[in-house]
Design a protein around this ligand. Sequence first.
Ligand SMILES: [Zn+2]
Length: 61
Amino acid sequence: MRSDDIDKEMEISCPYCGETFLIVDPPPNERPCTLDYDCEICCRPLELTVEADGSVVANTN
Ligand SMILES: [Zn+2]
């Protein structure tokens, strides 16, 4: 297995509660994309925009 195949994690900063948590990084061929994700700390719904370069922005939904 190439190291590229290993799922990476990225750190998300929740815009609701300010806490950070990790999500599995979408593979490069699926970027850019938007993910619906619930904050692991406060469980509120987030919309995560993952850019082609792997940077991520968390928006309130
Ligand atoms: Zn939160």
